[in-house]
Design a protein. Structure first.
Length: 304
């Protein structure tokens, strides 16, 4: 298949491009810069120069492809405080791609996160059957839109990424941010007793799941990119502390906001244990790479 990939030069996107090509697919990757284009070309993909804001360009690329993987997201503005703006841009892009694919039965793998279940699931691990709730995580709207397109002749699937998609390729995600904060502040912070749990997945296992979503996932599927079902955040903070050579320390919610900003403070308090049992059975996904704590212990996150 000829697959159009947004976010193709990113931490997860580039390994996804490589996995698709290794499996015999052709990839066209969206690139907004010369640097991004060079990465996609080096991985063996074709390049479409444009941005997520070019909605007509997204429609055109989707119509010309046999399937679409949407990994692009405006992380830069999200982390700078405009999460609502990033979510709106993402929703506009999903709508443009979906509209172009209506009636085609082509596969369209969209991206959200397991953390949207932190608002709706309490006292157990979240599953693929669980939905977000109105007024909870704003990215729930993207899932609702994807499911609507599944009823209009698009083979949509939703890949929910863990908050920690970890590997030596992860240079700008939650873990590098938390490591940077630990070095700056002199300690690795967790909130309260740190018993809240985060799921995690290795980058290369997440990339493989996107390829399987395109190849196998039925219309309307939710897929969970989780290998570790839930690691206590205090344990994560202690691993960061050890690697950074600082202590781990409990802080209050207000202290967390001052240390890492409002968005990250919310995230590090999230209790988000998440199962991927149904995903593994549905598309035959078997994670093969390191789990979170061994990957942190490997040292590459602390090499610079």
């Amino acid at each position: 298949m000829r697959i159009f990939v947004t976010g193709a030069s990113g931490h997860i996107g580039l390994p996804t491009v490589r996995d698709l090509i290794a499996a015999g697919h052709t990839v066209v990757g969206l690139a907004r810069s010369d640097e991004s284009a060079a990465k996609i070309t080096a991985a063996g993909g074709e390049v479409r120069r444009s941005t997520l804001d070019d909605l007509e360009g997204l429609r055109e690329a989707a119509r010309a492809a046999d399937g679409v993987i949407h990994l692009g997201f405006k992380h830069d503005i999200a982390f700078s405080g405009d999460f609502a703006g990033a979510v709106k841009a993402d929703l506009d892009a999903v709508r443009a791609i979906g509209e172009a694919l209506v009636g085609s039965n082509k596969p369209f793998a969209n991206t959200t996160g397991t953390m949207l279940l932190a608002h709706s699931v309490q006292g157990r691990s979240g599953t693929e059957d669980d939905a977000g709730v109105p007024g909870g995580n704003p990215r729930t709207a993207s899932e609702d839109l994807s499911l609507a397109f599944a009823k209009q002749g698009v083979r949509t699937s939703i890949v929910r990424l863990s908050p920690t998609v970890h590997s030596s390729l992860d240079l700008h995600g939650f873990l590098p941010i938390l490591i940077g904060a630990a070095r700056k502040n002199g300690y690795a912070a967790y909130v309260g007793d740190g018993a809240n749990r985060w799921p995690a997945v290795h980058t290369l296992d997440a990339a493989r799941l996107y390829r399987l979503a395109i190849e196998k996932a039925p219309a309307g599927s939710r897929l969970h990119a989780t290998d570790d079902e839930g690691v206590a955040f205090k344990t994560i903070a202690e691993a960061i502390a050890k690697g950074a050579g600082v202590p781990a320390k409990s802080v209050s919610p207000d202290e967390a906001k001052a240390l890492v900003g409002e968005f990250m403070a919310w995230a590090i308090q999230g209790n988000n244990p998440t199962s991927s049992a149904k995903t593994r059975a549905l598309v035959g996904w078997t994670p093969e790479h390191a789990k979170l704590l061994p990957d942190l212990a490997a040292g590459h996150y602390f090499a610079t």
